[in-house]
Ligand binder design. Structure first.
Ligand SMILES: NC(=O)c1ccc[n+]([C@@H]2O[C@H](COP(=O)([O-])OP(=O)(O)OC[C@H]3O[C@@H](n4cnc5c(N)ncnc54)[C@H](OP(=O)(O)O)[C@@H]3O)[C@@H](O)[C@H]2O)c1
Length: 412
């Protein structure tokens, strides 16, 4: 991409970019189109070369990457990285190292690959006072959920298809378990709220325990189930989490199908801005990496804004205090008084019921409820009591509902 677009880059920035030494682990591996004289297995050839102005890191992982990037920044070189694993754990210290050395680190590709969401947040919307960031930030899970909903596939079949098409890794745990989305939400909420949010501050659930039955029931009730990253400000604190949630069919995020990503940004100033596009892929990711290099060329010394801000010192809001609406599915013994008992437990915790659907199946019945918003701590307390009722069989299913009661993401 740098070679193909070299002339355009030079016209736009006045700089000619040249690729310097390239660190690899295995010199004998075939690498079509790569000038082999640039390859090295010695990190010193990259980190110790005074002619290297910017270091691009696309090898992933935390070790030895953190040490390499710290060294690059401390020696005054700019860094561009696609590494969400590293940024979501050590972002603030890398930003500080860049600041201290008077250089910068850019990491657009680390969240949603080709979608320029970080640039939009840190530059275009810097003064827009972002109130919430709600996104479909993992393409693998969005592909699986789309296949389950639109084609009635089971979770296992949809995952296998995703693997065949290259949308899922052989070991899909990071994606389907929610950790990949949580890393991206840590990065996006840090940038949106100018504060330190690390991976450990983002509780996450994936879609690996989701059942086809709930995807179908949700569709009957007028919702699509999506794996959402939800970050918002609550009384000045940051709440950032990842979970599968019911999204109303007419909500813009419900329409995002297949492996695409989408991020909905909300602020009282700009209302809603949604960015949609490919959240993975080699050339897609490269596009964001090259864009970061161009930003560095464009801002170097002229400086629009060197490093992203991360000094607001906002507290992290405990999940029990966050208000959410829930969908609940219970398997109950079909006998009089069960619904009343369940309703009274929710009532005692101040959680009110919006919709109830009961489907009889002989001795047993399925009770499906959509609840109004309330503090999650109260909902959890009610669910603990509901689960222990004699008439409730098996493990209840509970999923959050997007925007219920308010329509906006901030109403979660
Ligand atoms: N792929 C995407 O769609 C995507 C999207 C957004 C962000 N990212 C991020 O981009 C980074 C790379 O992802 P990827 O999918 O391209 O991974 P990948 O296919 O595993 O490529 C990583 C490359 O880095 C090399 N490498 C790893 N450790 C190294 C070391 N210690 N020294 C030298 N070379 C080393 C590997 O070399 P070997 O060939 O020897 O294994 C491999 O060529 C990750 O941080 C990922 O999160 C990827």
């Amino acid at each position: 991409m740098l070679a193909d677009q070299g002339a355009t880059i030079e016209r736009a920035s006045g700089h000619r970019l040249e690729v310097g030494p390239v660190l690899v682990r295995d010199l004998s591996k075939p690498r079509p189109g790569v000038d082999r004289s640039l390859l090295t297995t010695d990190p010193e050839r990259v980190l110790g070369d005074p002619s290297v102005a910017a270091v691009v890191e696309v090898m992933g992982g935390v070790d030895p990457t953190l040490g390499y990037l710290r060294r690059a920044l401390e020696s005054g070189r700019a860094v561009v990285t696609a590494n969400k694993q590293l940024l979501s754990r050590h972002g603030p210290e890398l930003l500080s190292a860049a600041e201290a050395a008077g250089t910068e680190i850019r990491f657009e590709a680390s969240a949603c690959a080709a979608i320029p969401v970080i640039k939009v947040l840190r530059e275009s919307l810097l003064a827009a006072e972002i109130a919430s960031v709600v996104g479909i930030v993992n393409g693998t899970t969005n592909f699986i959920l789309t296949e389950m909903r639109r084609r009635g596939r089971s979770y296992g079949d949809a995952l296998r298809l995703a693997q065949e098409l290259g949308y899922a890794e052989a070991d899909p745990t990071e994606d389907v378990g929610g950790a990949d989305a949580a890393a991206k939400m840590a990065i996006l909420s840090s940038i949106a709220f100018h504060s330190r949010v690390l991976l450990d501050d983002v509780p996450y659930e994936g879609i690996d325990r989701l059942q086809s039955e709930d995807v179908e029931l949700a569709a009957e009730l007028g919702f699509a189930i999506k794996l959402l990253g939800v970050a918002c400000l609550i009384d000045g604190g940051v709440s950032a989490r990842v979970y599968p949630a019911l999204v109303p069919a007419d909500h813009p995020l419900a329409a995002i199908g297949g492996p695409d990503n989408a991020v909905l940004l909300e602020s009282s100033t700009v209302r809603q801005i949604m960015l949609v596009g490919p959240g993975a892929g080699g050339r897609e990711t490269a596009s964001a990496v090259v864009a970061d290099l161009l930003s560095i060329l464009g801002t170097h010394r002229g400086s629009f804004l060197h490093n992203a801000l991360a000094d607001a010192g906002r507290p992290i809001v405990p999940p029990a205090l966050v208000e959410s609406a829930f969908y609940v599915r219970l398997q109950v013994t079909d006998q009089p008084g069960v619904l009343a008992a369940v309703a009274s437990i929710f009532g005692e915790q101040g959680v009110s019921i919006r919709t109830v659907v009961q489907k009889g199946e002989g001795e047993s019945a399925r009770l499906v409820m959509v609840l109004h918003r309330g503090p999650e701590g109260r909902f959890e307390a009610a669910m603990e009591r509901v689960s222990s009722l004699d008439a409730v069989n098996g493990e209840p299913v509970a999923l959050r509902v997007l925007g219920a009661g308010g329509g906006a993401a901030t109403a979660l």
